[in-house]
Design a protein around this ligand. Structure first.
Ligand SMILES: Cc1ncc(COP(=O)(O)O)c(C=O)c1O
Length: 399
């Protein structure tokens, strides 16, 4: 019998990646699947960024770099944090990794231990809990109500903090709900966090995909949190660079140094070519984002309208950011068709993939089993086709 490490054995494949993999398999088998599961922009990486990578290869930037990224990249990240978030960091308070995911996994592994609790407001991105469990700590899910637009309530947060709590992971705009925290909501949460001596982690990877104005940063609103705050960000979503694998963390030097030691042992530097491309992405003209955002805005309006027309789907609040909607599908629980029973979001996603050839992700692993996540990082034609198919498949379900 194969015996795996106890913590690894308990880890499942990421639900979003599993949904993607199933859809890809079906497509390879010749089935026309409408992709509404992917967590990546459908746009191409801007040409100026690709050019920087081509130049880096031609110029021989093909060797190992310092583990946490070149100082040129760290300077570009430093400038970005100042420009977009009004946050000042020294270069030794910044680490670049192969995606925000790796920065998060390394920082979480560096900070937490057995016996610790880390609060994860839910619904939440599927990987946060797995990362916390891998560190040995316990993820403490804190459900946010749908009526409040999935915004964490300060009183609920205060009640959730125990003597064992060592950290909290915040994510605005949120994957999967699209919820965006405004300045007042952040201030109210900051007040509670000021009273608690815990690490405050802020996942900002969707920060530029917001449909009204720009979003404030928690550590700019409450600078007293910054000495125990860690910022995570990525180039994946903002610059359509998911495949390049580059993201970063910024925080107190000791934490970043510890994450760097771990990175030095388990992977090393993020790709040297990607780092050169990332410098161009962060410091060059930032004008590709506006057309992407316009496209997402139009899709958001379409998707909200179409989701609300499907019997059994409910979407009480309009998501203000990211490129997901997270409707409640409890109206369909207990229905079935041809032996397929809908018992939760995951079973509905499986039914829709089988019956309608539409891939989306069930809400179970996001901590919200009555929901499904629909990504609108795809064309208007795909969205219309996907929703036509979902409507037809849902119409076949009966109680
Ligand atoms: C909330 C959130 N954080 C982090 C990531 C990881 O981003 P990266 O591609 O930089 O690893 C994702 C990717 O889907 C995400 O949704």
């Amino acid at each position: 019998m194969l015996k795996l490490n106890r913590r690894i054995a308990a880890i499942k494949t990421s639900a979003t990646m599993a949904a993607d993999a199933r859809a890809t398999e079906m497509r390879l088998a010749g089935i026309d699947v409408v992709p509404l599961a992917a967590g990546e922009p459908d746009f191409d990486t801007p040409e100026r960024i690709k050019d920087a990578a081509r130049k880096a290869i031609a110029g021989g930037q093909t060797k190992y770099t310092p583990v946490g990224g070149t100082s040129a990249l760290k300077k570009a990240i430093q400038q970005k944090l100042k420009r977009d978030n009004q946050l000042d960091y020294e270069l030794n308070e910044i680490i670049a990794s192969a995606g925000a995911k790796q920065s998060e996994a390394n920082v979480i592994a560096a900070l937490f231990d057995e016996g610790d609790e880390v609060i994860i407001p839910t619904p939440a991105w599927v990987s946060f809990a797995a990362m916390v469990s891998l560190s040995g700590a316990e993820p403490k899910f804190l459900p946010c109500s749908e009526e409040s637009g999935f915004i964490l309530e300060p009183d609920a947060l205060r009640r959730a903090i125990t003597p064992r709590t060592r950290g909290i992971m915040l994510n605005s705009p949120s994957n999967p709900t699209g919820a965006v925290y405004g300045a007042e909501q952040l201030s109210a949460i900051a007040k509670v966090l000021l009273d608690a001596d815990i690490w405050v982690m802020s996942d900002d990877v969707y920060e530029h995909i917001v449909y009204e104005g720009t979003i404030p940063h928690l550590f700019d609103i409450e600078p007293q949190l910054k000495p125990r705050g860690i910022v995570f960000n990525s180039l994946s979503k903002t610059y359509a660079m998911t495949g390049w694998r580059i993201g970063f963390a910024a925080g107190p030097q000791e934490v970043i140094a510890a994450a760097g030691r771990l990175q030095s042992q388990n992977s090393g530097n993020p790709s040297s070519v990607t780092q050169a491309a990332a410098i161009e992405a962060l410091t060059g003209p930032q004008d590709e984002l506006a057309p992407m955002l316009e496209a997402f805005r139009a899709r958001n309006a379409l998707v909200v309208e179409r989701v609300r027309r499907i019997p059994g789907f409910a979407l009480p609040t309009v998501p203000q950011g990211a490129f997901y909607v997270f409707p409640n599908v409890s109206g369909l629980l207990g229905t079935s068709h041809n032996g397929a029973k809908i018992t939760d979001g995951d079973s509905l996603a499986a039914y829709l993939l089988d019956q309608a050839h539409v891939s989306l992700v069930g809400g179970n692993d996001f901590g919200a089993p009555d929901h499904v996540r629909i990504s609108y990082a795809t064309s208007i034609e795909n969205l219309n086709e996907g929703f036509d198919r979902i409507e037809r498949a849902v119409a076949k379900l009966s109680s």
